[in-house]
Write a protein that binds this ligand. Structure first.
Ligand code: DP6
Length: 349
């Protein structure tokens, strides 16, 4: 497969039960199981990969910007490329070109779609033919949440018990067609890069959080209840568990030392607005959840979508509202981001 470009497209997932904290930093093994919805291509990543003897060095471009692979965070994440190259017994250098349809590192879950899409493209480019479980284990080692984006629909990432991580991977709870009425409405509260990365934030929380221990005591039960709610299409339960889990995770962030706050005043406005909306309806029709950033992800159904969008737009400071459905997961596409003829004419990159 050398000298052939492989291109994949993939999408972020939004966690309903959050992953926040590792029990193994190197293998990226989580402290708890988590559950997510994979989004459709409203937000998407496209990644092309080329292994070639003609390339003199590894290079990675994200949104047309070359990434310094000697930089700590990028270096750590690039390890997954080395692992896969080793597995395929190929020592050629690689050119990776990736494009996000949304701002990187703004809490719009770009790492989850970035790494999942990359692993998908790498597996094809290297001729590895990995199973979805193997792809999920690979993706996990690049960025934890990305192991869930290997699947479409509703997904659980099992914590696992083994020290080598062999039982810590994602599985589909139900596919994208199971509950087609579900919508994820995104309220943009800031497009700025976050001050504390998820990786650093969760490390600090595990190290010195007081409330964090209590989170670990409750979350196992919440995972079981969420799986039931998804299977039964029980929106009321899904909504309450989702909102409480997001609040719980953000409470553990605030409780670490020094404190970490990812939510801003606009996010808080959204929280109050959604509770007002649910109260006015007399039932939960909208459930907010926030990752390590101020942007809101509101889970609702098609029936209530217009009301939720209207309410979100009424919150002071919300700059944009995006509407997503449940997505099918990554796939290989023909449309490449690498022009091999141009590369050949330049010698190499
Ligand atoms: C708040 O997967 O970005 O979005 O494993 O260190 O790469 P690393 O972290 P990452 O953390 C995501 C945290 C979260 C919750 C979630 O998606 O479950």
């Amino acid at each position: 497969m050398l000298d052939e470009v492989a291109t994949a497209t993939g999408t972020p997932n939004i966690a309903l039960i959050k992953y926040w904290g590792k029990r193994d930093e190197k293998l990226i093994l989580p402290q708890n199981s988590s559950i997510s919805i994979t989004l459709d291509e409203t937000l998407s990543t496209k990644t092309s990969v080329l292994f070639s003897k003609r390339l003199k060095e590894d290079s990675l471009y994200i949104n047309e910007k070359q990434i310094d692979l000697s930089d700590g965070d990028a270096k750590e994440r690039f390890e997954v490329v080395n692992k896969m190259r080793k597995l395929a017994r190929i020592d050629s250098k690689v050119l990776i070109v990736s494009q996000n349809s949304f701002p990187t590192a703004s809490g719009l879950a770009s790492s989850s779609s970035g790494v999942a899409t990359l692993v998908y493209a790498l597996s094809t480019a290297l001729g590895l033919k990995l199973s979805p479980k193997e792809l999920s284990i690979m993706a996990r080692q690049g960025s934890g949440s990305s192991c869930r984006s290997i699947f479409g629909g509703f997904v659980v990432w099992n914590r696992g018990k083994n020290a080598d991580g062999s039982d810590s991977y994602a599985e589909q709870i139900a596919n994208a067609k199971h509950w087609p009425e579900i919508r994820v409405i995104i309220g943009i509260a800031s497009e700025a890069k976050k001050k504390v990365s998820s990786r650093a934030g969760m490390k600090q929380t595990v190290a010195n959080g007081i409330l964090y221990k209590s989170r670990l005591g409750y979350v196992g039960n919440a995972v079981e209840k969420m799986i039931r709610a998804i299977k039964d299409k029980d929106f009321k339960s899904l909504a309450e568990i989702t909102m409480r889990d997001s609040n719980n995770m953000h409470a553990t962030m605030l409780d670490t030392w020094p404190p970490i706050l990812y939510l801003n005043d606009i996010s808080k406005g959204i929280v109050y607005k959604m509770h007002e909306l649910n109260e006015a309806e007399g039932e939960s029709i909208a459930a907010y959840t926030f990752d390590a950033g101020p942007n809101a992800f509101i889970i609702t159904t098609e029936k209530y979508r217009p009301k939720v969008v209207k309410a979100l737009r009424e919150v002071d400071g919300v700059s944009d509202v995006l509407e997503a459905k449940v997505g099918e997961g990554p796939r290989i596409i023909k449309d490449s981001l690498i022009d091999t003829e141009e590369l050949a004419s330049k010698g190499s990159r």
